[in-house]
Design a protein around this ligand. Structure first.
Ligand code: ATP
Ligand code: MG
Length: 349
């Protein structure tokens, strides 16, 4: 599928989303004034260091936040499409849904597979019963119809349906469990699937396998995929667009090719330079100096300025807005984006 254009209505429009966690020391500002379109049928990667707010964004989108979290501001307009990809005209603000409506929204309109969910299965239930429970909770298919649907999904994620259906979770490997979770997420055929670190806990060959499964699924089913990952190679292979998250905000957003070839934000450039490859000498892999900010007591201005080699006075004073750079589709929040690539990339073309 080609990259959906910005003119097609989005599946989800997130506007001015701010999420805080209340802790003893104060309010952790995990997501700050976030604006993001999840485009119809696209694959979007959220990348960024640990603690930057990626999981909180994903949970916020599904309104699945823990009780210590407070959505301080924002709206999230969700649009339904027909099978041909035409907007049906049905749209609603996810923020305004009540508990009953939210239960319907989850799984049916969007599903999320959580970080470290491999151990989230109930150990005493067979996979068939876990599917049964989920289906029942949503008034979905039961019995033979459910089994058929599950078998179809197991086939898509390259699992042996007969074997998996009657297994207990401990009888499956980590990679198999991850694929079962992806299949479970797709049970009600949601137009939006959020995967939080889908390959992190797996060995390298199994990671490769999950990556292939996801590529394959995207070719066969039409859903928007939002995936969160530390792994830039996963983002490079699977994403149409990449959003770099820093201190609860998106600091760069662009299509995958542009982001890798032509990164505009010093932080994105830092993340990319920090990836070792088989052919780079260890001495050439750099890390980003310093550590992510304390989200309770953040620096003034651009939150990256204390770690940024290009920071000037203005960066200490004013937080830069996320604005178009080389073109309308490639945005960055940096006062110095025009200099960043030339000054920071090892071999700028
Ligand atoms: P990782 O890559 O480690 O998964 P992340 O980018 O997903 O990190 P989040 O888990 O969204 O980051 O966390 C964002 C910020 O919110 C962090 O500073 C984290 O410490 C804080 N945080 C997350 N969950 C809670 C919670 N339940 N209570 C308080 N603070 C939290
Ligand atoms: Mg996370």
């Amino acid at each position: 599928m080609s990259i959906p254009s910005q003119n097609h209505p989005s599946t989800l429009s997130i506007r001015n989303l701010t999420i805080e966690y209340q802790v003893k020391r104060g309010a952790v500002q995990a997501v700050r004034n976030l604006n993001l379109e999840i485009r119809y049928g696209e694959s979007l990667a959220l990348i960024g260091e640990s603690g930057s707010g990626k999981t909180t964004i994903g949970m916020g989108m599904m309104r699945l936040l823990p009780s210590t979290a407070r959505i301080a501001t924002g709206e999230m307009i969700f649009r339904r499409f027909d099978k041909a990809g035409q907007a049906t005209g049905v749209e609603f603000d996810v923020m305004k849904l009540n508990e009953r409506e939210l239960r319907l929204f989850r799984w049916k309109d969007g599903a999320m597979v959580f970080q470290a969910a491999l151990n989230a299965f109930n150990p005493v239930l067979k996979i068939r019963d876990q599917f049964g429970d989920t289906a029942r909770a949503h008034g979905y298919l039961q019995g033979e119809a459910l089994r058929k649907r599950a078998y179809e999904l197991f086939g898509l994620v390259r699992l042996d349906p007969e074997r998996v259906w009657n297994s207990y979770p401990h009888e499956l490997s980590g990679g198999m469990r991850q694929r079962v979770l992806i299949a479970l997420g797709l049970l009600l055929d949601p137009p939006m699937l959020i995967l939080d670190e889908p390959t992190t806990a797996l060995d390298i060959l199994t990671q490769r396998n999950i990556m292939d499964v996801l590529k394959d699924l995207r070719g066969k089913l039409n859903f928007s995929l939002v995936f969160i990952s530390h792994d830039l190679s996963l983002a490079a292979e699977l994403a149409d667009r990449i959003a770099t998250v820093y201190a609860g905000r998106i600091v760069e957003l662009g299509n995958v090719y542009d982001t890798f070839q032509n990164p505009q934000h010093p932080y994105t450039i830092g993340l990319m330079s920090a990836v070792p490859t088989l052919t780079t000498h260890r001495d050439h892999v750099s890390s980003i100096p310093g550590s992510p900010p304390d989200l309770i007591d953040m620096p003034s201005g651009c939150k990256f300025h204390p770690r940024c080699p290009l920071a000037v006075e203005q960066c200490k004073r004013e937080e830069p807005p996320l604005i178009p750079t080389t073109d309308d589709e490639h945005l960055a929040a940096c006062w110095r984006w025009m200099d960043a690539k030339q000054k920071l990339m090892p071999n700028p073309k």
